[in-house]
Design a protein around this ligand. Structure first.
Ligand code: C2E
Ligand code: MG
Ligand code: MG
Length: 304
């Protein structure tokens, strides 16, 4: 067994263990992170995020195993496993009357394979779920080998009613050519810009311009990595209608997400925040104009 250097110095975790996790029955866990409408505070969708529950090492994060999964050619197997979990989660949410669309991450190699797309669609139809409840997020961790092939796969998804989202926009491989070639419903602006926009006018302008381009093309704009509710007015001013981040909800088990969705359905506060959190949330909305120009404070800093 080859030691896997991607996972750090621990020689216990190796390629064979990764393969067993992806293809076996145990070990893979899928958490859901809410995506929130920054105008209303409502949870509008969720993203499925993989975790490896290792018997000795505990929870292993995707950054530590996704590169190895891709290197071993197991990306399609992982995709199928996550698809099945997401479909189960959607069925559970639907039975409870609280279903929101759930996004599944996948690199271009996976989504370029027509078999992966057909696998997902077959399972969605078999479960009698509306395809609009399933999204795919094209992760930007790999260059795109054949744009025409990827485009054909994504068009198939779009024709079937599944939405396509572009992940990590601004820091990955996406070119303007890619943006104009593939069918998209959403872009997720990378956390990099969200984190820096308060102290950097350049970061804010890049974020704003990216959001404007996406909006002009009719796509939803999601800000990733929203760690501070005080940033919400600035994000809205920059054209990000939606947000995802620890301040809005961490990746959580399905049960926890459903508690929030039920509360929301019944007219309560879906973010289930403590009073101080809730008040800063409300201030963030009420104080929209006061905080709307983060670039003002950051204009002294000319670079990212
Ligand atoms: P991503 O798709 O961009 O997912 C967002 C990542 O940001 C997640 O990390 C999430 O936990 C983290 N995050 C969310 N809000 C915040 C925040 O406010 N602050 C900070 N610092 N981080 C935040 P995670 O779960 O570790 O996933 C990392 C990446 O691994 C994902 O980035 C995605 O590219 C990949 N990934 C996760 N699950 C899967 C999967 O099932 N399949 C594939 N192919 N890739 C996956
Ligand atoms: Mg993602
Ligand atoms: Mg992302």
């Amino acid at each position: 067994m080859t030691p896997n250097t991607q996972l750090g110095p621990d020689p216990v975790v190796n390629d064979a263990e990764i393969a067993a996790m992806v293809t076996g029955r145990d070990g893979l866990r899928v958490l859901l992170q809410p995506q929130v409408d920054l105008l209303t505070g409502r949870i509008v969708s969720a993203e499925a995020l993989a975790r490896w529950q290792h018997p000795r090492l505990g929870t292993i994060m995707p950054a530590a195993f996704i590169p190895a999964v891709n290197r071993l050619g197991l990306d399609k197997a992982l995709f199928e496993r996550v698809c099945l979990r997401v479909i189960d989660a959607l069925l559970t949410m639907r039975r409870a009357g609280v279903a929101v669309p759930v996004a599944i991450n996948a690199p271009a190699t996976t989504l370029s394979d027509q078999r992966s797309v057909e696998f997902l669609l077959d399972r969605v139809y078999a479960a009698e779920l509306p395809p609009s409840l399933v999204r795919v997020e094209l992760t930007e961790d790999q260059p795109i080998r054949d744009l025409d092939v990827l485009r054909a796969s994504l068009l198939r998804l779009e024709d079937a009613g599944c939405e396509v989202s572009l992940d990590d926009f601004g820091t990955g491989y996406a070119s303007l050519k890619l943006l104009s070639a593939i069918p998209l419903s959403e872009v997720k602006i990378d956390q990099y810009f969200v984190t820096r926009m308060r102290r950097s006018a350049v970061a804010f302008e890049v974020l704003r311009s990216a959001a404007e381009l996406a909006t002009r093309l009719g796509w939803r704009v999601v800000a990733e990595g929203v760690e501070n509710v005080a940033d919400i007015p600035a994000l809205r001013a920059a054209g990000c209608r939606y947000g995802q981040g620890f301040s809005l909800g961490r990746p959580m088990p399905l049960d926890e997400l459903m508690v929030r969705l039920r509360t929301q359905r019944d007219g309560g506060e879906p973010l289930s925040a403590p009073a101080s959190y809730a008040s800063s949330w409300i201030e963030a909305f009420d104080g929209g104009t006061k905080d709307a120009e983060p670039g003002q404070a950051g204009r002294r800093m000319a670079t990212l």
